[in-house]
Write a protein that binds this ligand. Sequence first.
Ligand SMILES: [Ca+2]
Length: 295
Amino acid sequence: MKYLLQTVLFFTLSLYGDYFNHPNSQETINTLIDKHGFEPSYVEEVFKNAKKQQKIIDSISSPAEFTWTWERYKNLFIEEKRIRNGKKFIEDNINTLNKAEEEYGVPKEVIVAILGIETRYGKILGNYRVLDSLMTLGFDYPRRSKFFKDELVKYFLLTRENNLDIYEIKGSYAGAMGYGQFISSSYRAYAVDFDGDETADLFNSVEDAIGSVANYLAVHGWKREGNIVTKLSVNDIRNLYKPHESLSNFISLSFNEDGEDINFIGDDNFIAITKYNRSHFYAMAVYYLSQEFIK
Ligand SMILES: [Ca+2]
């Protein structure tokens, strides 16, 4: 009987991280209460209800962007169904997309490519509770602990400001949410109301999602009419790499495609996309998919 009880207890404890009594969580708890004015009983309840999920730690330890080959990555995102659904998404939302393009200078195809890669145009918003992701990564993943503890505080603030249910919201393993997969800090800083109801709702409003992706890129250096990538010949590359020349305004890229090395310069707008996701594969996939919509 005693053994059984211990087993049950152990099971319960492993299911609930008990982040309220976790040795790493006290500073964050104090910040929420002292600095941001959350009720201690509310903070306690939320921290006690978060679950540690090992799958989250496993996922963040081997992201596709940094372990896959470009070929494999490209084939996942640049495929017929995603292209077809993207074209339909453009048709269905053409007025909003034109408005965003005009206001922020970001082509509609790029906005839609990001939504397509992030969530299949809002169809797959993620299956992890954002609360579990941020607690697990904030307190049980030391390598990124500072970043995710900060996101957790921002998540508390976001749910309070936007009247969202802190327990219910789901997202990616890294706590990214809604159509465009914004993390809490980005949501608070860059989400915009684009349908005029005075709240930025990236879960239910496709208009707000479109405006917010465009705003994010505009804030992060997108240049109207600017280039994303420029394909280069071997001679171009030799000419570019003059000694002592500053290369800070573009990124040089080399991808292997069908057994051939292809060289690119990633321009201002490529760099803006890497502020959305720092992987070069990601930015290149956004570019390729956006080009498919123009064909
Ligand atoms: Ca809105």
